[in-house]
Design a protein. Structure first.
Ligand SMILES: [Cu+2]
Length: 191
């Protein structure tokens, strides 16, 4: 049994194995984000439930070299927000997804915000294809959230504990929304 919904920029696929255990997966398309709004597409991230937790398989290109802090953020919106006369890229995605309201970022293995994902690693060709694991999350946690990639690395509690917009490393450089279709809205493009 195989079912696919293609809604806007998001593809959601649900698969059932012959043993009838349901393995859920979702793919999100990411776009570069700037002060002007949502820019070029940079590829996809697939998320799959595994027995060890949420498997995260990026297939992204055109990113700056190095590790990048990556999170689930609360809102289905990758647009910029004006703050003190300055436009902040993807700020409409809101804060970190953290239903337990810990207010902390302790990484994928800690007890802080659930949306604190492992760093995504960008190699010399600008591509990120190395899979990572977030053991506390499931695909069902992703619906209605945005995946956000930041300019610098995440240090899991050692800095970037909140969003200081003036910090270069906390800047949001790519974003994609995971919409199950119920509350679908087109990404704002202010460019
Ligand atoms: Cu973030």
């Amino acid at each position: 049994m195989w079912k696919q919904f293609r809604i806007g920029i998001v593809t959601v696929a649900l698969t059932a194995s012959p043993t009838m255990t349901h393995a859920a997966e979702i793919a999100v398309t990411l776009h570069e984000v700037t002060m002007e709004g949502i820019s070029s597409e940079i590829g996809q991230i697939r998320f799959e439930d595994s027995e060890y937790g949420l498997l995260i398989k990026p297939d992204l290109h055109g990113l700056p070299l190095g590790p990048h802090d990556t999170h689930l953020h609360e809102n289905l919106d990758c647009g910029p927000v004006e703050l003190d006369g300055e436009l902040i890229p993807a700020d409409a995605a809101g804060g970190h997804y953290g239903p337990h309201k810990t207010g902390r970022l302790e990484g994928p293995y800690g007890n802080g915000a659930l949306g604190d994902l492992p760093n995504l690693i960008v190699e010399h060709d600008g591509a990120a294809t190395i899979p990572v694991l977030a053991p506390r999350l499931k695909v069902e946690d992703l619906h209605g959230r945005a995946a956000v990639i930041h300019a610098g690395p995440g240090r899991y509690g050692e800095g970037h504990a909140s969003h200081h917009h003036d910090e270069a490393s906390a800047r949001r450089i790519a974003c994609g929304v995971m919409d199950s279709g119920k509350r679908h809205r087109q990404p704002r493009n202010l460019a």
